[in-house]
Design a protein around this ligand. Structure first.
Ligand SMILES: NC(=O)c1ccc[n+]([C@@H]2O[C@H](COP(=O)([O-])OP(=O)(O)OC[C@H]3O[C@@H](n4cnc5c(N)ncnc54)[C@H](OP(=O)(O)O)[C@@H]3O)[C@@H](O)[C@H]2O)c1
Length: 197
């Protein structure tokens, strides 16, 4: 398959791209500073990326960030930033990708454990992840030409030790589990799933 991975240079993206290539796929690596340049917070940039890329069998998005601060300190702008950076950016990718993914192909976005588990400073992330997951359930039901849309919702990565103190007691996710789950989203048959790991 020809697969566009957005956020390809990140913790999750680099695991996904290495694994998908090892499985014989052609992988196009996109990020703000990458081989295929895109800023997912700018819809014009997203459209330009897909015009350059052309047709693909699958799109995977593993980008976006959210502010972490205690509930009493989070501002309205923090929530807006979380929503724009993580949810709206991925929704924009899905909207544009629908015209560029071959029939029967797939789009996989990334949410995260904050949608279902509370941590101190996690409220803005929870809002963004919840929005991504709700969007996927509805969008998948309406997606044209048999295109499958799913979300992978990882717990904190074993590979992101800087976050472990915040996620005390959670079970960190290994690179192998990340690779397996995104491969399943791309190569499997699921649609409208929130794949929790
Ligand atoms: N790490 C974890 O423990 C964890 C757990 C659960 C969920 N998640 C979620 O998984 C996603 C990826 O996390 P990560 O830890 O892999 O992040 P990361 O290491 O910070 O990597 C982010 C990737 O996205 C790209 N990127 C960032 N902003 C972008 C933008 N506006 N447009 C295009 N590309 C952009 C970055 O490259 P450039 O800087 O070159 O653009 C990089 O390739 C995030 O949504 C995060 O919330 C992470």
């Amino acid at each position: 398959m020809r697969i566009l991975v957005i956020g390809a240079t990140g913790h999750i993206g680099s695991v996904i791209t290495a694994d998908l290539e090892s499985r014989g796929h052609e992988v196009l690596r996109a990020s703000r500073g990458g081989e295929w340049t895109v800023d997912t917070t700018d819809p014009t940039s997203v459209r330009s990326l897909f015009e350059r890329v052309g047709e693909v069998d699958a799109v995977v998005v593993a980008s976006g960030s959210v502010p972490f601060a205690h509930l009493t300190e989070l501002t309205r702008d923090d929530y807006l930033t979380a929503f724009t950076s993580k949810a709206l950016s991925q929704i924009d990718v899905v909207r544009v990708a629908l015209d560029h993914v071959r029939g029967g192909g797939s789009i996989t976005v990334t949410s995260g454990v904050l949608a279902r588990e509370p941590i101190a400073t996690g409220a803005a992330g929870a809002v963004a992840n919840g929005a991504v997951e709700s969007f996927v359930v509805s969008a998948a039901a309406e997606a044209p030409r048999g295109i499958r849309i799913n979300a992978v919702s990882p717990n904190v990565l074993e590979n992101s030790p800087g976050h472990h103190a915040l996620f005390a007691g959670q079970r960190p996710v290994t690179d192998a589990e990340i690779a397996r789950t995104y491969a399943l989203a791309v190569e499997g048959l699921g649609r409208g799933q929130v794949m929790k790991i």
